[in-house]
Structure formats: structure tokens, C-alpha cells
Design a protein around this ligand. Structure first.
Ligand code: 5GP
Ligand code: MN
Length: 339
């Protein structure tokens, strides 16, 4: 790994910069990317953000001028930008496979690659790495990068709002992964940059359609399976459910956390039937690692308490597989219950 100062020097020259993040970008992926983008944009004229695919509507305010280029909408342009880039920032992922097909172009790009991320065991080959698994979010690390290498420089309220959003969403509004006092010092600094935290909250959490709210009710009433003996609960969304409720990208955000409101539920899952696979989200409380569970059984990964995976068998078979696995973890989960 080369000295960080050489990166800062490089960024002060006339360079072409690209910021990329993982597939199905979430609040931290877009928040950290756009926070960095809006900050660097005032210093670097040739800077772009490319995502592997589109991202939810409730995050669109972070990109008022529609700069983000989803790779799957214009592959040729995205590939050309990556090939010409001098510096590529890789945000909120630890392995290029998290960018699916787009990842292979990053692997072979001639640019200097900079990783800023908080996922465990980074595998992406990069030239500079800011990897810290103890950080609440990648957005927090972006703030630290800016504060350390551009001390005293103004962070616009838009840039700060994006960074704050990344921290807020990746900590479930400061309900987990947020016990480090430094996170709040950073939020305090962001407030000084002029952010309106209440309006950020509203634009992210109170901006859904009526259909999404009704889908949530339907999920809780009819689709949630609670398995108290296993300290587990899960929700499934078939293609038909999604059609019935005019499902849009981002509508299922947060659903996987809903069963935690039930006493003694420590492990949750959400299964979403896609065109040719099943997308799975796992969440846990305490020391039970859904990262390990997902990596072992569902080709996935993530963090100890929040991970995702995929299944290439049918939704019914996936659910059966999940149910068959639960008894193996029953004892471990029950041991974690507050007695
Ligand atoms: P989500 O359930 O919100 O999609 O993802 C939760 C966490 O797991 C995020 O940190 C995300 O980056 C990670 N994640 C989601 N899906 C996958 C996957 O298929 N593979 C890996 N390695 N990580 C994933
Ligand atoms: Mn993150």
C-alpha cells in the first residue's frame, strides 16, 4: 500500500475520477458516494459516479442534477469512463464481485483504486485502502477521509447531508452499530455544515407510496412466519405479491427488521422472488453472525448483524432449505436470549 499523501497529491492534479459502489445501492452506498462526489466536485472537474444498477427513489435527492450513471443502463459509456479513469474510489463493498458484471471492468482498470469501506475481510485488490470494520458506515469513513486530508475545508450542506444519510441508514437511525462516541462527533460536525437532519429523515423514511405501506401491513399480517423456538422470523415476497402492490425498488427497505419488535426474535430473513433468483436479506441481534450464515449457505456476506445472499433455486425450495438449517442454530440462538 502506497502513502496516502501521494493519493492526495494525485487528486490535486488534473485527473479523471470515478466513484463506484455495490449493486442494489442502499443509503450508505449512495450517501457515501454522493457525499464524496459533492465534496470533490468543487476541486475536480472530471468526476463521475457509476452504480451497477439503479437505486431507490427516496435517495434521488442526493443527485439533484442526475449525474449518477447506472452501468446497466449504458454499459458502453460506463466501461469507457472506467477505462479512462486515473482514480477510482470503491465505496461500501469489499470485493468486486459485489458489483456483479460491472466488477470485472474495475478489476482490470489502469486507474489507482481507492477502497473506502467497513465490511470485514476486504478482498478487492486496490492501491489505497481505508477499511475499518468498526466504523458505523462507509459514509463515516468518507467524512474522516475528508476531515483528515482536507482539514478546515468547507463541506457543503448537500455533501454533509449525503454523508449523514449514510450514517443514519446504516445504523437503523442510530439503533445499532452506533455506540462509538466518534460517530456522534462526526454527526455534530455535519450539523455544523448546515444539514437539516429532520428533513433528511423525512425524505428517506416518510416518502413512500401508499401501496408500500399496505404491502408492509400485508407482510406483517399474512407473510411473516415466526418461529419462537428458533428465535427466528422471516418474510417472503413472491413475484405476485410484488405485482399486486405495484412494487418499486426500495419498497422492501426495512421489512427485514420488522420482526425484531417481537420479544426474543434474534434472527430474521426476508426472501424476495426476483426474475431468475431469490434475493435474501438476513439480520441478527447480538453475536450471531448472519455474515457467516449467509456466506456458508446462501453465497452471500455482509456484516455480522446485516448480510445478504442469493439463491438460485425456487422460492419454495429456498424457504425449505432455510427452515431445514434453522435447527442447527437453535441452541446457539437460544443461548443468546436474556434470561
Ligand atoms: P441488504 O440485506 O440490505 O441487501 O444487505 C445487507 C448487507 O449485506 C450490506 O452490507 C450489503 O452490502 C451486504 N450484502 C447484501 N447482499 C449481499 C450479497 O449477495 N453478497 C455479499 N457478500 N454481501 C451482500
Ligand atoms: Mn455500508
Amino acid at each position: 500500500m502506497v502513502e496516502i499523501q501521494s493519493l492526495v497529491n494525485l487528486l490535486s492534479q488534473k485527473v479523471s475520477v470515478v466513484i463506484v459502489t455495490h449493486i442494489n445501492p442502499d443509503g450508505d452506498a449512495i450517501g457515501s458516494s454522493m457525499g464524496l462526489y459533492h465534496f470533490l466536485k468543487t476541486r475536480i472537474s472530471d468526476i463521475k459516479v457509476i452504480t451497477p444498477n439503479d437505486y431507490p427513489a427516496f435517495l434521488k435527492w442526493m443527485d439533484p442534477d442526475n449525474h449518477i450513471l447506472p452501468y446497466d443502463k449504458n454499459k458502453e459509456k460506463a466501461i469507457e469512463i472506467v477505462e479512462k479513469a486515473d482514480v477510482i474510489f470503491c465505496l461500501d463493498f469489499n470485493d468486486f464481485v459485489r458489483l456483479k458484471e460491472f466488477g470485472k471492468y474495475l478489476n482490470k482498470a489502469k486507474a489507482k483504486r481507492v477502497l473506502i469501506d467497513h465490511h470485514p475481510e476486504p478482498k478487492a485488490r486496490v492501491d489505497y485502502s481505508f477499511s475499518d470494520t468498526s466504523a458505523s458506515s462507509t459514509a463515516e469513513l468518507v467524512y474522516k477521509f475528508i476531515a483528515k486530508h482536507y482539514p478546515g475545508e468547507i463541506v457543503s450542506s448537500l455533501s454533509a447531508s449525503c454523508i449523514y444519510s449514510g450514517i443514519m441508514t446504516d445504523t437503523g437511525c442510530f439503533s445499532y452499530s452506533s455506540s462509538n462516541p466518534e460517530t456522534y462527533i462526526i454527526c455534530s460536525e455535519l450539523l455544523k455544515c448546515g444539514i437539516n437532519k429532520d428533513s433528511i429523515y423525512n425524505s428517506i423514511y416518510n416518502n413512500y407510496s401508499e401501496k408500500r405501506m399496505r404491502l408492509m401491513g400485508y407482510c406483517l399480517n399474512e407473510k411473516m412466519v415466526v418461529l419462537p423456538d428458533n428465535c427466528a422470523a422471516y418474510i417472503t415476497l413472491t413475484k405476485e405479491d410484488q405485482e399486486n402492490y405495484s412494487f418499486e425498488m426500495g419498497d422492501s427497505e426495512g421489512f427485514v427488521n420488522l420482526p425484531f419488535s417481537i420479544k426474543n426474535i434474534l434472527f430474521t430473513a426476508l426472501f424476495i422472488e426476483k426474475k431468475d433468483y431469490v434475493k435474501i436479506s438476513f439480520r441478527s441481534r447480538g453475536s450471531f453472525s448472519v455474515n457467516d450464515f449467509s456466506a456458508k449457505h446462501f453465497n452471500g456476506g455482509g456484516h455480522r448483524n446485516a448480510a445478504g445472499g442469493e439463491s438460485n433455486i425456487s422460492l419454495d425450495d429456498t424457504i425449505k432449505r432455510f427452515n431445514d438449517l434453522l435447527p442447527l442454530y437453535k441452541e446457539e440462538l437460544n443461548m443468546l436470549l436474556d434470561k
